[in-house]
Design a protein around this ligand. Structure first.
Ligand SMILES: Nc1nc(=O)c2c([nH]1)NC[C@@H]1CN(c3ccc(C(=O)N[C@@H](CCC(=O)O)C(=O)O)cc3)CN21
Ligand SMILES: CC(C)C(=O)C(=O)O
Ligand SMILES: [Mg+2]
Length: 266
């Protein structure tokens, strides 16, 4: 029987907060990239529903399905030798009922080798998180800018209702989640929450005080030309690299420079 081959466990992850060890998280959607990120030493790979924007080309995450996340989580979890793999529960795969949440989260653990699921919402999702945890499905929370709420928010905006967001984070922690994403909240609020809850906070657009940071892979690699929020530092310009490589290939095909005899069989 194949054995799990991971060095990072949920309890390690939860303990990193008390040890003051910063947690690095990136999204991943497929095998080859996930293997490279794992080799590089990333702590956690998130199979995000941001695949709706980053991979599928939509302007929201609302259309992403549970089947799609299962398919991508399967590839990512197969690639990861040591990183913790977490998969997003997409819109309407957990909001209908606690039974639905357990079915969806359970499917993720049964059909892929991911170790946990992430879902959006604070106080209003507390009972759901508790039900998942009771069913042995580890949960990462997500509060602040919750992209699945985009139709209520009316856009992607920094969330500033400090008391409500603090209560949301506390409810997520009290419900048994092992970590929580804080998305697009003022740095000072994220610092307050990080100090007052016992589980690690993973920030995106939430300042430096968080216990860890997460970015969408396509954003940090420069693969999306027209998505540049202030929090998405670019560590590479792969868009330029890919356009250049493709342009050189096209030129070589048109001129007949490719392929050479050495690149052909005789
Ligand atoms: N590729 C990608 N990266 C993401 O970070 C991401 C997605 N997709 N899809 C789902 C959500 C949407 N996200 C977003 C989208 C836009 C802003 C944005 O434009 N923020 C403005 C601030 C707006 C304001 O409050 O005034 C900024 O300037 O950063 C932030 C987060 C984060 N998530
Ligand atoms: C940006 C992270 C937190 C996320 O939820 C996603 O990639 O879907
Ligand atoms: Mg997400």
């Amino acid at each position: 029987m194949p054995t799990e081959n991971r060095s990072v466990t949920i309890p390690d992850f939860a303990a990193w907060k008390t040890e003051g060890r910063k947690i690095s998280v990136l999204t991943a959607y497929e095998f080859s990239i996930a293997r490279l990120l794992d080799d590089a030493g990333i702590d956690c790979l998130l199979v995000g529903d941001s695949m709706g924007t980053a991979v599928q080309g939509h302007d929201t995450t609302l259309g992403v399905t549970l089947d799609q996340i299962v398919y991508h989580a399967e590839m990512v979890a197969r690639a990861a030798k040591r990183a913790l793999v977490v998969a997003d529960l997409p819109f309407l795969s957990y909001q209908v009922s606690r039974r639905q949440a357990i079915r969806s989260g359970g499917r993720m653990l049964k059909e892929t080798r991911c170790q946990a699921v992430k879902l959006e919402g604070g106080t209003r999702m507390a009972a759901t998180i508790r039900s998942l945890v009771d069913a042995e499905i580890p949960v990462m929370g997500h509060v602040g800018l919750t992209p699945q709420s985009v139709r209520r928010f009316g856009g992607y905006k920094v969330q500033r209702q400090a008391d409500a967001i603090r209560a949301d984070a506390q409810a997520v922690a009290d419900s048994g989640a092992f970590a929580i994403v804080l998305e697009c909240v003022p740095a000072e609020l994220a610092a307050t929450i990080t100090a007052e809850i016992p589980i690690p906070t993973i920030g995106i657009g939430a300042g430096a005080a968080c216990d860890g940071q997460v970015l969408v892979l396509h954003d940090m690699l420069g693969l999306l030309d027209d998505f540049r929020p202030r929090f998405a530092r670019r560590y590479a310009e792969l868009g330029d690299v890919i356009r250049n490589a493709a342009a050189r290939y096209i030129k070589d095909v048109e001129s007949g420079d490719f392929p050479t005899e050495g690149e052909s069989f005789r």
